[in-house]
Ligand binder design. Structure first.
Ligand code: BG6
Length: 495
């Protein structure tokens, strides 16, 4: 269903940064090409340096050329470029926000519904909001005013609460759009739809049938050029605190009363708040961390994390796994094992649900169980493994895999940011985080982050390109539980 979008201006702070160049500008261009931007919609890029409109438009062309190697429609390009303007807000200028107000005051060029996208350093979120407010640019008397805050929203619970307190001096909750780009992925939205738009999954989606759930995100990539950022963040905060806990929330939540933003967020909040806190004196049974060492990825030798960082003493994790329990009647006693890693043997984001053993065990080692897997990336799919008779004279079973692609060749590929930008302009915040979600997520990870930061002993290493470190098995509840190493048939064999 296409929703109408009011004429509006998107004000892009940090417009010359990487996110804007690689995701936001190309995303907006594609929305324009798809006819999803209102005719009266302008984009005002705000940066620190003085750049003429002309040069900025040339720079946009270079961003699009880099992204769309096969070229693009010239008419769309001309329309898109005409929407784009530049405004310099040098940090040294005390009058910067008054000048911004004067620029935006040109109503012929800039529709007065304003969405601000803060793609700036996290320390600048609160000051930018307060300066926008001081010149009246957040005032909603006649027009809507919305602010997107990029991740991370705080670095722990107290800092998230502090940021919240400072921005809510100037903004209502309905004006704040806290981003987690995972929610913009179609495959993530599909978790909820596949669960609730089918009658076959819900009846078995609970402790009576499910042995445990695994939520996995592994990457082949290392930390790349982000060593400094990464070393002050770590895998737990970088991936688990939001992306993976959001995936878990969609996997475990109750059915919302309808698909309105408030109803969906209310259920996600409930389930996140029902996750049992990890006991501080039992962290080693619930949480595991490790770092990638040198190894081989796609046939190429790659250095280890500590070498890349140039600091042999870092205990910051590039692999993090947690065991969580949800204290509600649906999930009582069912472990949720969640993990994320850089430089593992494959790039794979998926949800794997292992069902309980059937009373009839005919397989060779009696461990065959049913798995249902939802592939998020690289392949969007749903796979189910069931036991089936091996044709022949004997009664014996083997595992077969049913595999359905969720994405057909002719389907649109939409980047997560495109969906989120569109929702922002539509005023639909269901794919953005409510503060209660952010707080519940920090509450959960903070004790582990703190314990890990204080424990300076060298941490486990795994060779780049390997499977999960063996020592990570410490978090499993039962001996017959293990990491599902791949979504493919055979990935259920313990490593
Ligand atoms: C980002 C993290 O939020 O998500 C990165 O900071 C990570 O470390 C990235 O690589 C993964 O996103 P995606 O969409 O490529 O799975």
């Amino acid at each position: 269903m296409t929703k109408t979008i009011d004429p509006c201006t998107l004000v892009l702070f940090g417009a010359s940064g990487n996110l804007s160049r690689v995701k936001l500008m190309p995303g907006l261009f594609r929305l324009d090409a798809a006819g999803r931007l209102p005719e009266k919609m302008a984009i005002l890029s705000v940066g620190r340096s003085e750049v003429s409109n002309e040069d900025w438009q040339k720079d946009i062309k270079s961003m699009l050329d880099a992204k769309f190697k096969k070229g693009y429609d010239q008419n769309v390009f001309n329309r898109f470029i005409a929407r784009n303007h530049y405004h310099a807000n040098p940090p040294s200028d005390p009058n910067a926000f008054n000048r911004l107000k004067a620029t935006l005051g040109n109503e012929n060029t800039f529709p007065q519904n304003l969405a601000y996208f803060l793609s700036v350093r996290p320390v600048d979120f609160a000051p930018v909001v307060s300066q926008l407010a001081s010149v009246g640019l957040l005032n909603e008397e006649k027009y809507w005013r919305r602010v997107v805050i990029e991740k991370p929203f705080g670095t722990d619970l107290p800092s998230a609460q502090e940021l919240q307190a400072s921005i809510t001096k100037h903004l209502k909750e309905s004006q704040i759009y806290r981003i987690d780009h995972y929610l913009g992925k179609s495959a993530l939205q599909n978790i909820m739809l596949q669960r609730f738009a089918n009658t076959i999954l819900e009846p078995i989606w609970n402790k009576d049938y499910i042995d445990h759930v695994q939520i996995t995100n592994t990457e082949l990539l290392g930390v790349g050029e982000r060593t400094q950022f990464y070393d002050s963040t770590g895998a737990l905060r970088d991936m688990i605190q939001s992306h993976i806990l959001q995936t878990l929330a969609l996997t475990a939540m109750e059915q919302p009363k309808d698909l309105s933003p408030d109803a969906i967020r209310a259920e996600k909040i409930k389930v996140l708040e029902a996750i049992r806190p990890i006991p501080v004196n039992e962290i080693e049974k619930h949480a595991f961390r490790a770092q990638y060492a040198a190894g081989t990825i796609n046939g190429e030798k790659v250095p280890g994390y500590l070498e890349e960082l140039g600091n042999p003493d870092s205990v910051v994790e590039t692999y993090a796994a947690l065991k969580l329990f949800i204290d509600n009647s649906r999930w009582e006693g069912v472990p949720f094992y969640i993990r994320t890693a850089k430089r593992l043997h494959e790039a794979d984001t998926r949800i794997s649900v292992r069902f309980k053993k059937s009373p009839l065990q005919l397989g060779k080692d009696g461990t065959e169980q049913n798995w249902l897997m939802l592939g998020i990336q690289p392949r969007e799919c749903i796979k189910m493994e069931i036991q089936s008779k091996i044709p022949g004279l004997d009664i014996a079973t083997r595992t077969i895999q049913m595999d359905a692609a969720n994405r057909h060749e002719e389907d649109e590929t939409i980047d997560a940011y495109e969906a989120l930008l569109l929702n922002l302009m539509e005023g639909d915040n269901s794919l953005y985080l409510h503060i209660n979600e952010v707080e519940a997520q920090w509450r959960l990870v903070d004790p582990v982050v703190k314990t890990w930061a204080e424990d300076r002993k060298p941490i486990h290493q795994y060779p780049s390109g390997s499977c999960d470190p063996k020592e990570s098995k410490i978090i499993f509840e039962k001996d017959d539980q293990f990491w599902r190493s791949s979504i493919e048939l055979g990935g259920d064999k313990s490593q």
